[in-house]
Design a protein around this ligand. Structure first.
Ligand code: AMP
Ligand code: MG
Length: 349
């Protein structure tokens, strides 16, 4: 397939490129596009054949639903009812990195919801994404624009790497400013339950409704008989080529442990990637060291996480060792993604 690529900056939009991509979606094609969380791979959410193309291009499991991206608050045509708390969450956090699960109307095909009676709705906080929805004239169903299982793309070059030849269009903007996916909150249950931590923190959600809580299953290694509430919970996710191991505990001891492990790997002719921070990067003796940023700016750590995992794919290290982070605020999303990328391989010290 011939993939048309349009690249621009978020601050300097080329409306012609967005128009062309809108046309592709109108005609039932699929397009990768920037959002503030990660890049998405979108098609007409109401067209089952367009949605099937998304699953095919990504190699995504059939039972993992997509999120519907909208550019206005009129979602009554898509969902049965909008509870008061959902309205308040929309008012406070749309546009932004929050996906709200609601009961879907029959107009939303089962392909989009992957067989569920519910659907996730989100309004991205990105001018290109909002313009693309406007130009296509339909709600856009989109998961992240990566091959299923890999770390999500936060820049256009990564989308091109994963999807060129598999999709009709790739629309590039600036790098994603949040860097981890949206927070998903199920508003079909009382109290509303967070199914995936993301760009909006639990602390922020609790300001709207203090009864909102995080499903405890999301931070644990799934057991053999695990029945996930969100289908995405059960899949291997965000995984670079090399195995990832997280070293968790006192920071000083973590550095000592990582230095010791690196030396062991090197003695066995293996190359090691280290996920470090600005505060610790100078303390590692060898290995390929990438800093996610300062521990004083957890938003930067989130923003750089996926691109760092992808960078180690390029360097082709044999193993990746990572420091752990606090699970407060955006840290919950960071550790959720890191735990999954490591397949919950956590060394507690
Ligand atoms: P992605 O952001 O690429 O992982 O795809 C969207 C994610 O949203 C999926 O992995 C699901 O876990 C979640 N999701 C979407 N729709 C629903 C829904 N109706 N119920 C529960 N989770 C959903
Ligand atoms: Mg994804």
């Amino acid at each position: 397939m011939d993939t048309k690529v349009f690249i621009m900056e978020d601050s300097n939009i080329d409306i012609n490129g967005i128009n062309k991509c809108g046309d592709i979606i109108k005609k039932g094609g699929i397009v990768a596009f920037p959002t503030e969380t990660v890049y998405g791979l979108g098609g007409n959410a109401l067209d089952s054949s367009a949605v099937r193309k998304i699953f095919e291009a990504k190699g995504r499991p059939q039972d993992n639903p997509l999120i519907i991206h909208v550019n206005n608050f009129n979602i009554e045509n898509l969902v049965e009812e909008v509870p008061k708390v959902a309205k308040e969450l929309m008012k406070r956090f749309f546009p932004g990195p929050l996906t709200i699960i609601l009961k879907k109307k029959p107009i939303v095909p089962m392909e989009t919801s992957a067989g569920l009676e519910t659907i996730g709705i989100r309004m991205p906080d990105n001018e290109i994404a909002l313009k693309l929805i406007e130009e296509s004239g339909v709600p856009i169903a989109a998961p992240s624009a990566n091959i299923s299982g890999k770390p999500s793309p936060t820049d256009v070059l990564t989308c091109i790497k994963d999807l060129k030849g598999k999709v009709e269009g790739i629309l590039g903007g600036s790098s994603s400013k949040v860097g981890v996916e949206s927070t998903i909150i199920d508003c079909t249950v009382e109290p509303p339950c967070v199914l995936r931590p993301g760009g909006i923190t639990l602390e922020q959600l609790k300001e709207v409704d203090n009864s909102i809580y995080v499903d405890p299953a999301i931070m644990e290694k799934p057991k053999a008989d695990f029945k996930p509430k969100a289908p995405g919970m059960k899949y291997r996710h965000y995984a670079p080529k090399a195995p990832v191991k997280i070293i968790k505990g006192d920071l000083q001891k973590t550095i000592e442990k990582i230095n010791e492990m690196v030396q062991n790997y090197i003695d066995n002719n293996k190359t090691v990637g280290i996920i470090a921070t600005d505060e610790t990067k100078a303390l590692y003796k060898s290995g390929e060291i990438i800093s996610l940023g300062s521990r004083n700016n957890m938003n930067d750590i989130a923003k750089n996480l996926f691109s760092t995992l992808r960078a180690f794919d390029q360097i082709e290290v044999d193993v990746i060792l990572s420091e752990a982070f606090s699970e407060e605020g955006i840290g919950l999303a960071i550790m959720n993604r890191l735990n999954k990328s490591a397949g919950f391989h956590i060394i507690e010290i």
